[in-house]
Design a protein around this ligand. Structure first.
Ligand SMILES: [Fe+2]
Length: 349
């Protein structure tokens, strides 16, 4: 990756930089072009409006853009927002008559790479600023691509872990994925942030990972569970927490797992937590888990169906389950049907 960027930069130094000067004042534009022609290395083309700039950048993307913040069809930071929306990959140096430090910082926060004030500095300064902006943008893009890749790898790893458990227990194949799917839909219905919803997906995919500790014959044993088997199965939230607690997820995944069998009235396990002591993510996964489990087949009983699952949630809303979560869950199922459980099937790994 770095080698590719080094080669690009070498290429940039050996040819002229294609610069789009977005400036409505012809005298200002001419001055910039004159200063840059004196230092050399630039091929300047001009746009007098934001519309022209966006069209020009789209037709033939330049190496960099020198952007005035005061144009006939756009003003201030809105200029940056609209240009970036149209051409997010281009390095932008703001060039404005406003001698305003805070506007410069604001432009950087909105994704620009640097800031020049008209009439300040010579051609060398403009040249250095543009070359630096191009390099900085390349680094930013590289970081963004790496972060995206890591995010994908994390999700693929989580899905693989999830499948590892389900391969031992064919009766619950797809259970964690469906709980993840329903949990994220409930989270969205409740208006939670994208980050929290992503965390719910991970927590849902792994919520039963502690069952890896349960002997396989216990998992698929038909008929009613004995007290002994029940006791071992009830250890899975704690075992899941033990497995996940040292992974630095950006979400409280280990706690989501440990608390997914806790109940609002303190009747759950393993800790007997009550109400808000249970994190919201676990209150959501608990509801999704109950709905999915009751409406699906289990070795010790046939599927009871969606209506029975919803009745269980309604009967115990406020005692076992968070009423806001139950409301959101029912809204999701009523709106999208039970098919919600099988949306977003992962690609084969
Ligand atoms: Fe569970």
């Amino acid at each position: 990756m770095h080698l590719k960027r080094d080669l690009e930069m070498t290429d940039m130094r050996s040819r002229e930089v294609d610069l789009l000067v977005v400036e409505d004042n012809p005298a200002d534009a001419r001055l910039i072009e004159l200063l840059l022609s004196e230092v050399g290395g630039f091929n300047c083309r001009r746009a007098a409006t934001l519309g022209e700039a966006i069209a020009g950048a789209g037709a033939e993307p330049p190496d960099a853009v020198l952007l005035d913040l005061s144009l006939p069809d756009a003003h201030g930071i809105e200029t940056v927002e609209r240009f970036r929306a149209a051409a997010p990959a281009l390095p932008i140096v703001i060039c404005t008559g406003l001698d305003d430090e805070s506007m410069g910082l604001l432009a950087l926060q909105h994704g620009c790479q640097d800031y020049l004030v008209k009439g300040q500095g010579d051609g060398n300064l403009i040249r250095r600023t543009i070359l630096y902006a191009i390099e900085r943008k390349a680094v930013e893009e590289e970081r963004r691509a790496t972060a995206e890749r890591l995010k994908r790898v994390l999700l693929q790893t989580v899905r693989s872990l999830s499948l590892t458990l389900e391969m031992r227990d064919p009766y619950t194949t797809g259970h964690q994925r469906r709980v993840a799917q329903l949990s994220t839909a409930i989270g969205r219905q409740m208006g939670l942030s994208d980050a929290t919803v992503e965390g719910l997906r991970t927590g849902g995919l792994l919520h039963d990972i502690g069952k890896i500790h349960i002997p396989a014959e216990f998992l698929s044993r038909p008929g009613k569970l004995s007290a002994e088997v029940h006791k071992v199965i009830r250890m899975h939230p704690q075992m899941g927490w033990e497995i996940m607690k040292d992974i630095e997820f950006p979400w409280p995944v280990a706690d989501m797992i440990r608390q997914h069998h806790e109940r609002l009235d303190g009747s759950g396990y393993p800790l007997g937590l009550k109400g808000d002591e249970i994190i919201l993510e676990s209150r959501i996964i608990a509801v999704a888990d109950v709905l999915e489990a009751i409406s699906s087949h289990r070795p010790y009983r046939p599927a009871l169906g969606l209506d029975v699952a919803i009745q269980e949630l309604r009967d115990h809303s406020g005692s076992r389950y968070d009423p806001a979560v139950v409301r959101a869950c029912i809204a999701v199922v009523e709106e999208k049907g039970v098919g919600i459980l099988d949306e977003d099937a992962p690609p084969p790994l």
